[in-house]
Design a protein around this ligand. Structure first.
Ligand code: ATP
Length: 234
């Protein structure tokens, strides 16, 4: 579904990605792991069109989409939930959700809003409340729900569990599984390696702008290099 080949992305003269290649198969959850500064967010931003790679290509459903704008990629079916969620704090929960569907022209939006609110009852309960008044976990759910309203084929999640209490983190991982089960493919960046690998089908480990290890998630959970660096003390 997604094929990233040798992307090199820069911030000015700083090369953040030194030729990252990865693939995401339709219907799977794929996770990207790595230490701070490894290039995970830069990879996600490059796929979502927020950054343009200097070299390399991004193919989506067989089409070269390298360098397209984020709104063009949303139309093609790629939606990003950024690190830090980017909730519109001065708008209500409902308005935030409606923003997710702003590019759609079909007549199913009202129905999909209902479906999303059924999946996230807390958002239904708080639909008239301002986004900024929600807890961190609720904001993450709102950000995910908003992205789902663009009807993505591929959902990109950048550190969805960041800063959340363990019980809420478990909820978020459960939601990611449910999203996959409902037919949406997921690429998720996580610091929480163990839980991410438990729900993922396949994983990539980034280090200083390069993929250093990749394989089926089950294998990575038992890979001594991963256990040592990412799972050991958890
Ligand atoms: P984190 O978990 O901290 O978000 P990450 O793996 O997502 O880490 P990136 O944010 O992709 O890492 O950063 C990759 C490299 O690019 C790092 O060396 C970082 O310092 C650098 N970098 C990131 N954003 C910028 C920026 N806006 N300007 C300059 N350098 C940047």
């Amino acid at each position: 579904m997604l094929k990233v080949s040798g992307i090199e992305t820069y911030y000015g003269k700083i090369q953040a990605l030194k030729g990252v290649s990865l693939e995401v198969e339709q219907g799977k959850i794929v996770t990207i792991l790595g230490a701070n500064g490894a290039g995970k967010t830069t990879t996600m931003k490059t796929i979502a069109g927020l950054l343009k790679p200097k070299n390399g290509t991004v193919e989506f459903l067989g089409e070269n989409v390298t360098g397209l704008r984020p709104d063009q990629l949303v139309k093609k079916g790629i939606s990003l939930v950024p690190e830090g969620r980017a909730i519109l704090s001065g708008m209500t929960v409902l308005e935030n959700l409606e923003m997710g569907a702003y590019q759609r022209k079909d007549k199913e939006i009202a129905k999909d809003l209902d479906t999303v609110m059924e999946r996230f009852p807390i958002l239904k309960e708080r639909k008239s409340q301002l986004g900024g008044t929600l807890s961190g976990g609720q904001q993450q759910m709102l950000a995910i729900a908003r992205a789902l309203l663009s009807k993505p084929k591929l959902l990109l999640l950048d550190e969805p569990s960041m800063g959340l209490a363990p019980l809420i983190v478990a909820d978020i991982f459960k939601i990611i599984r449910e999203i996959k089960d409902a037919g949406t493919t997921v690429l998720v960046v996580e610091q929480n390696a163990k839980q991410a690998l438990k729900i993922a089908d396949y994983g990539y480990v980034l280090e200083t702008g390069k993929v250093i290890i990749h394989g089926p998630a089950q294998d990575l959970l038992e890979d001594p290099r991963i256990v040592e660096a990412y799972l050991g003390r958890k």
